[in-house]
Design a protein around this ligand. Sequence first.
Ligand code: 6PG
Length: 466
Amino acid sequence: MMQTHTGLIGLGTMGAALALNIAEKGFPIAVWNRTGSVTVAFQATAGDLAARITPTETLAGFVQAIAPPRAIILMVPAGQPVDDQLAALAPLLGPEDLVIDAGNANFRDTNRRDAAGLSFRFMGIGVSGGEEGARHGPAIMAGGPDQAWAQMKPVLQAIAARAEDATPCADHMGPSGAGHFVKAVHNGIEYADMQMISEVYGVMRDGMGMAAAQIAPVFARWNEGVLQSYLVEISGQVAAAADPVGGGAMLDVIVDAAGQKGTGRWTAVEAQHLAAPVPVIEAAVMARNVSARRAERAAGEARFGKAEAVVDLSLADLEQAMIAGKILCYAQGFAMMTAAASEFDWALDMPAIARVWRAGCIIRSSMLNDMAQALAEDAGRNLILAPFFAGLLDESLPALRRVVAAGALQGLPLPALSAGLAWFDLMRQARGTANMVQGQRDFFGAHGFDRLDGKDLRHGPWGQAG
Ligand code: 6PG
């Protein structure tokens, strides 16, 4: 058996795919799974790669099969199972060994584990791309000490997806939970992209009376243009698929209640903590929660009636609205990461994050190339002010306004697109309306306010506060 420095625990769908990917790139690897039959089944399907894989039956045998300094990748469900696995490994590992949590951990858990004084080295990496990505090239957002990244970089960059310019989509985001934080923002944006696509799907279905088979080529066409992305591409394929059971459109028989494991929600919650608005992501999380309330929605429709057909709205308007919505959403996501960098004292490299997201991950898209470039010009500037994206917004905003207005008039729900538009209008209002909020706060709570003229009087002439 070849000597290995790398091991992987957890041969579920993602873990198995990642182990095969690592072996394929030439790194011998030991594997272990809590249920031994899973390991046996995995090894049996590894084909030629089996020669580079050492299956093990016990955790101690697994650790012994790896030569120090060890790098052990955990692919177990986030939360308690990670803590349990770390505790089980602790007596078996030395201080030079490295454990890498590659699951969808909450970055606060990664921070906590990092600060807990583990008896071995530890890092957390965000891995995106689903099973296919894990097997043939995911995007990897690594967090942890510099030397842990230096040790893992050759493996992680070898197994990662490659952007068009051949750059590997795996990079070091920063210390501790930085990798899992960036992965959570990725997932928040994933929710938002998916929601905006489902909103324009709803306009086509309910507002324009289009069948799934008519909607599919629209997404396919959009995927040839500015909106080129994995999610738009698969949405076309989802709309095109026929139901093998009933023969109609697959989409038409899927229950309209979206599942979620919580990463989008973490992003929305964290954004609130950071006072960094991500309303498009928040709207997407909200819409998933509403989607689960099917009986209430049915009662609502029975009482208030359904949406009506749109008039004077074109497919080109929908495409442009999506372009605008996408720019606004990503501008919010990058601004949130800028706020996190300052809050947690991380040197998050915004252009590097955009570059990592260009391939392999679920939100990969051609627009991320332009975002990487715009952020490289000035990482601190809001993306909507980058000349390239400001120009795209000039072109696409009128359509976003028409689409949001039509939705509002006809009763078609467009929470993410309208949240993006409302945020944009706030962001280009030099004289906002919070002077009224400040006046109210001072009225009932004597909270005081700043004056535009800089003069001293900080309370209004009302009640005692005056
Ligand atoms: C990825 C995805 C993945 C996520 C699924 C399901 O980047 O590969 O983000 O990590 O787990 O997309 O997420 P939800 O169940 O929350 O929709």
